[in-house]
Design a protein around this ligand. Sequence first.
Ligand code: KIV
Length: 277
Amino acid sequence: MNKSIQQKGAHVTTRRLLDMKQNGEKISMLTAYDYTMARILDRAGVDVLLVGDSASNVFSGHSTTLPITIEEMIYHAKAVVRGVHAESGRAMVVTDMPFMSYQLSGEEALRNAGKIMKEHECDAVKLEGGRVIADTVKRITDVGIPVMGHLGLMPQSIYKYGSYRVRAQEEREAEQLLEDAKILEQAGAFAIVLEKIPSALAAQVTKSLTIPTIGIGAGVACDGQVLVINDILGLNREFHPRFVRQYADLNTVIEQAAKQYVGDVRKGDFPSVDESY
Ligand code: KIV
């Protein structure tokens, strides 16, 4: 947490998220990848901004989250932190550790988590996985870096699953997920994202943990909700999964605005005298 944020007072911390769970206050989280959007979202009162590795999809146009690098994540995260600082400084900023930045060894994971924290002063990192990464989560949290977990559909494992379908519908996988959530809590995670799992299971996990759960396609019982900003703004015309609520149609708004601009330029209507020096 940056000093200017501390002075502003109301910065959302891991402690605050825990209190929110205990008080039954829902946590709002959205992804952000750039300075301008981070400013708007902080102003809107979003509790947590996730610099998601979904930037690989929605920002860079890759078909999965796997290609994004730690340097690219840091680039996005720096811009988001700057945006939050430029506004109220209230939102917590969590940065995804990208594919293969934490899986090789605990030591490398710690080095990369430290690099993320040092280079842009975000509040926490997020890792995908359960028991397999428990030692790594412990190692990172032990040195004082807060870790958010991520269970259910883990997009970095998409080639293992072979599809983006709902996870943990069968009893064995559901039991494993519940166990993984408890293991992550034990390892020191301060919150866990639950992606695309049955609502009843998400409710059970939420009840079993003292740390908050943040759902995406996991029903209303989670302690908070997260969505990808591009999805709620309707920026991607082709992507309409059931778990997304679209609050705007910016795809159309932007296309119309760009068309008007093109028309004005072609007609010689832009710039006007008032818009010239
Ligand atoms: O990268 C991301 O956007 C995420 C959310 C889907 C939770 O991890």
